[in-house]
Design a protein around this ligand. Structure first.
Ligand code: FAD
Length: 488
């Protein structure tokens, strides 16, 4: 009897635990299905970029399944009803899937599991998308969820490393679903009501494997071995760029960690070892935020520390729009926003700078920025994104940026883009501005502005706000909300 493998955010064949188990249970008679769900597609958070990523990865998955003799069955509707129909049509004996830890997914999957059990069918869900599941790691004595990353990561490593030893192979052959089993064509973005302005990277399992190999290629000057320093330089390709693959599962997180752990067994310099260790820690942040939201689902709408919801945000729509478009007059912020608007991706350091600028310099509610990032990012992930925004706002407990530590966008720019290479790449108006002025072009003498054809206020915006003034304003607003004296 066939079984159904329900693909969701795990669009690959290698090291796919649900698929592996489904193949074993049915001698390869697996019905691979993906269901478009309007509740997700039109929830106001999901944007064209992530939807475009999903469509491209589904196309690649269908192609890869066909190489094994099978094909992807695509349906569109309410997942429980669609699965019920598919079970009826195929006489499948059960459904296999990998677990997802967001509140909506948990509710959806619980309903599916309940129905399957009541119908006497098999329901098998698997630990797959994270290294350590949210229920898998709690504080030692009290068994409470972690609220501090530093303590979490200390105990995370052992559990995570054990997972990296448990990869399962991709199937080599699958029994094709019946020829008359219907499948919708993979829709276009327009079919789903989206329009994409950005350019996406090459997507699919093969592309993800290539990104991983490149990042671990020791011959490259910017491999994981240099990560510890290179990750702070947005002008360099010093990070893995695997976030999009990890978001929709075109690569397995266990495989990523396994590569890193394997590399650590080779002779490495202290600096190289540090590069690999730091990268592994980033993978831990991903798990940390997943468990934080799993245990505190109200975070998706509120500040984890509720005092931060008392902040009197200014929420100026014109300033928000200038930030969105990369027209704030702060080159590093504008470069980041324009990178996002063009490439559907932004370097982590600049995400931090730009988020801090929106929340603290402009005093705009972190939820506005969070929603915009969700709609623009190709790796848009409610856990990491919410985590990143609440980190910048200072509202997610002890591991967040403290409210009184306010990034200076000019100092950050000088430190992380010292030659203005990143700025010039995304803000062409500033291409000819000398290094001396690139981080604060409004300080250029008027004659030089005229000479370069880059007059501030005409060719490139004047700063939306003075950072020194904005800093004091933010401190006052935060102090007022938190009703506690500032600690400098
Ligand atoms: C305001 C803000 C919003 C963010 N929104 C998202 C988002 O929607 N989706 C997303 O995947 N990441 C998000 N991040 C985290 C981080 O910026 C991206 O994961 C990273 O830039 C992706 O690039 P990379 O794959 O080259 O990362 P690498 O530096 O190579 O890191 C490897 C992987 O670790 C994970 N990772 C790295 N940093 C973090 C982090 N701080 N939190 C959680 N996971 C992390 C990612 O899966 C990443 O692919 C956000 C950060 C901030 C400050």
């Amino acid at each position: 009897m066939p079984v159904i493998c329900w693909f969701r955010r795990d669009l690959r064949l290698a090291d796919h635990r649900a698929l592996h188990a489904a193949v074993a249970a049915s001698a390869g008679e697996v019905i691979p299905v993906f269901i478009f769900d309007d509740a997700i597609l039109h929830d106001g958070y999901v944007g064209a970029a992530l939807t475009g990523v999903t469509l491209a990865m589904l196309t690649a998955l269908d192609h890869d399944l066909r190489q094994l003799g099978s094909r992807l069955i695509v349906r569109h509707g309410q997942p429980l009803a669609e699965l019920q129909a598919l079970v009826r049509e195929t006489q499948a004996s059960g459904v296999y899937w990998n677990r997802d830890y967001l509140p909506y997914a948990i509710k959806r999957d619980t309903a599916v599991k309940l129905w399957l059990r009541q119908a006497g069918l098999q329901a098998h869900s698997f630990h797959d998308s994270v290294l350590v599941e949210p229920e898998g790691l709690k504080t030692k004595g009290q068994q409470k969820p972690y609220l501090v990353f530093g303590s979490y990561v200390k105990r995370w490593s052992e559990l995570a490393y054990a997972q990296a030893e448990q990869l399962v192979p991709a199937p080599t052959k699958l029994v094709p679903p019946d020829a008359d089993l219907s499948s919708l064509p993979i829709p276009s973005l327009a079919d789903l009501g989206f329009e994409l302005q950005q350019t996406l990277p090459t997507l699919g399992e093969a592309a993800a494997q290539q990104r991983l190999s490149q990042f671990f290629d020791r011959r490259r000057s910017l491999s994981v071995l240099k990560y510890d320093d290179a990750r702070e330089l947005p002008a360099e390709a010093g990070t893995s760029q695997l976030s999009v693959d990890l978001r929709m599962g075109s690569i397995s997180i266990r495989q990523c960690l396994q590569r890193a752990v394997d590399l650590l067994t080779e002779p490495l310099s202290a600096e190289q070892r540090q590069g690999v260790d730091t990268w592994i820690k980033e993978l831990a942040w991903r798990d940390y935020y997943t468990q934080l939201i799993y245990h505190n689902p109200q975070m998706l709408k509120q500040s984890l520390d509720p005092r931060y919801d008392q902040i009197e945000w200014r929420n100026d729509p014109a300033e928000f729009s200038a930030w969105q478009q990369g027209q704030t007059g702060y080159p590093i912020v504008d470069a980041g926003q324009r990178q996002l608007n063009q490439m559907a991706w932004m370097h982590n350091r600049v995400r931090m700078i730009s988020a801090s600028f929106l929340v603290k310099d402009l005093l705009i509610d972190w939820r506005w920025g969070e929603r915009y990032f969700m709609q623009q990012l190709c790796d848009a992930d409610p856990t990491a994104n919410n985590g990143g925004w609440q980190w910048a706002a200072g509202s997610s407990g002890p591991s967040a940026q403290p409210y009184f530590r306010i990034f200076n966008p000019i100092a950050q720019s000088k430190k992380h883009d010292p030659h203005g290479t990143y700025i010039r790449r995304f803000v062409p108006e500033l291409a000819n501005v000398p290094n001396r002025y690139i981080h604060e072009p409004w300080t250029m003498p008027q004659t030089l502005q005229e000479h370069l054809g880059c007059v501030i206020g005409r060719d490139y915006p004047a700063p939306l706000v003075d950072h020194g003034f904005a800093r004091e304003r933010a401190l006052a607003a935060y102090r007022e909300a938190l009703q506690q004296p500032a600690e400098e």
